[in-house]
Write a protein that binds this ligand. Structure first.
Ligand code: GDP
Ligand code: MG
Length: 428
């Protein structure tokens, strides 16, 4: 099967099935008149996809995030509406489908989220690849040379690009491909291979958990990368999965950091342990663990400060926090998640190097992928640091956090080409 077709089958479901599901969902929450009305409006607008209903803000309701600040292409319908991320109707409708439908629905929404979140990267990448294919009709050395530049300009990373081009050249020879338009699909396939490397199993790397007892996640990273926001999103996700969550406000350094986490905690409906500004972060984390244990919580998520200007202090502080965690819960922390801002490009790479020297980073959270045209940084990080990207931030809404999936990522990058190829084939 062709790779585009594989991605399509994995991530796109038939529109009719979606429509049926939508009707089912609405029936199952009949008592909610407003929701029904919303759905009817949606139907008459003939929008496709199942998620508009749930994301639509109710009348008069405050819209939390201003999506207008992120310029997005028009014409993509699924999941586009900004709504109150904590809207009750969201959870109700989202949970409504029967168990068997759940996988399909979730995959569809993962694909649409990656597609939406990667719009900037895709637009730039698709244009460049299409230009390249138009310029060189047949595959030759010049074509590969320019392709190399396109990939590097998307921040894929020089080493990764070299490896990729070498693989591509071999594959093109092996399959006897002459026409450059056919190379697009091979590129997409090779990008996934590049991400997973030697691993035979293309596993999606979920966060590790403590099989018996409290799971602890420690978040690290410099100021402004999105630690607190990601913690809020993750807390909401875990809570929706039925987990009992506690947050510890370990960023005692920055003014407002404690309140910010507290606010996220309130919105997600989870417990927040905090001390006053300027207090010892390790003491906050210690109290967090004590509280989480006494409340029989499943997960404790620890926020930390990120002033890299004072590197030695920061690293000492992190080591102390980590020691407390290790001492109080054997086997913890179950993840040390380094948060990196995708829009900072190669700077993110150097932060990753600094932090992994000071502490054992187990996974990367790459935020603000929606804000950059250089989403290729995901591949560079994995390839050059050998640390898996576990979560990606695809927007500012509470639901804009996804477990990283290289296939969904590549789908997000090639969605236009995949859909284009589809119509071409239908026309034949
Ligand atoms: N567009 C976008 N913005 C994000 C994302 N994650 C975080 N942000 C924004 O980044 C800014 C800094 O986030 P914050 O959580 O305070 O960073 P911290 O200093 O590391 O805790 C905030 O304005 C967030 O809304 C994301 O995935 N996409
Ligand atoms: Mg913060």
């Amino acid at each position: 099967m062709s790779f585009f077709k594989k991605l399509k089958e994995k991530f796109i479901i038939e529109p009719e099935i979606v429509d049926e599901k939508k009707e089912d969902d609405i029936e199952s929450s009949e008592e909610d008149k407003e929701l029904e009305e919303d759905a009817e409006l949606q139907d008459s607008a003939q929008l496709e996809g199942e998620t508009e209903v749930v994301n639509e803000p109710e009348e008069g309701q405050e819209v939390e995030q201003d999506e207008g600040s992120i310029d997005e292409p028009v014409g993509e319908t699924v999941d586009e509406q900004a709504g109150d991320p904590f809207d009750e109707a969201y959870d109700e409708t989202y949970d409504a489908p029967g168990e068997n439908d759940m996988d399909v629905l979730q995959e569809e929404s993962i694909a649409s989220k990656f597609k939406k979140g990667l719009a900037k990267t895709r637009n730039s990448f698709t244009t460049k690849i299409n230009d390249l294919v138009a310029k060189y009709r047949t595959v030759d050395e010049d074509f590969f040379e320019e392709l190399e530049e396109v990939l590097i300009s998307a921040d894929v990373g020089v080493n990764a690009v070299m490896e990729m081009i070498e693989e591509l050249e071999m594959e093109v020879k092996r399959r006897n491909i002459k026409d450059t338009s056919q190379v697009k699909e091979v590129i997409s396939e090779k990008l996934v291979e590049l991400y997973y490397g030697e691993e035979t199993e293309e596993s999606i790397e979920e966060l590790s958990q403590n099989p018996d007892g409290l799971t602890i996640y420690l978040f690290v990273g410099v100021n402004g990368v999105g630690k607190t926001t990601t913690i809020g999103k993750l807390a909401h996700q875990l809570k929706s999965d039925g987990k009992k969550v506690t947050l510890a406000a370990g960023d005692t350094f920055r003014a407002g950091a404690i309140d910010q986490l507290d606010e996220w905690g309130k919105r997600a409906g989870v417990n927040v342990i905090k001390h006053s500004e300027g207090s010892d972060p390790a003491a906050v984390i210690y109290d967090g663990i004590k509280s989480a244990k006494s409340k029989d919580a499943d997960v404790l998520i620890c926020d930390t400060a990120g002033r890299l200007q004072n590197k030695v202090n920061l690293m000492n502080e992190l080591s102390k926090v980590k020691r407390v965690i290790e001492r109080e819960v054997p086997g913890a922390p179950h993840e040390v998640l380094l948060v990196l801002d995708a829009t900072t490009g190669q700077n993110a790479m150097s932060q990753a190097k600094t932090f992994s020297e000071a502490t054992d980073v187990s996974g990367i959270v790459l935020t603000k992928l929606d804000g950059t045209a250089k989403g290729g940084i995901v591949l560079a990080i994995r390839n050059e640091l050998q640390i898996p990207v576990k979560l990606v931030g695809l927007g500012e809404k509470v639901t804009d956090l996804e477990t990283f999936d290289a296939n969904a990522f590549v789908y997000g990058l090639f969605a236009d080409m995949i859909e284009e190829q589809e119509t071409e084939q239908e026309e034949l």
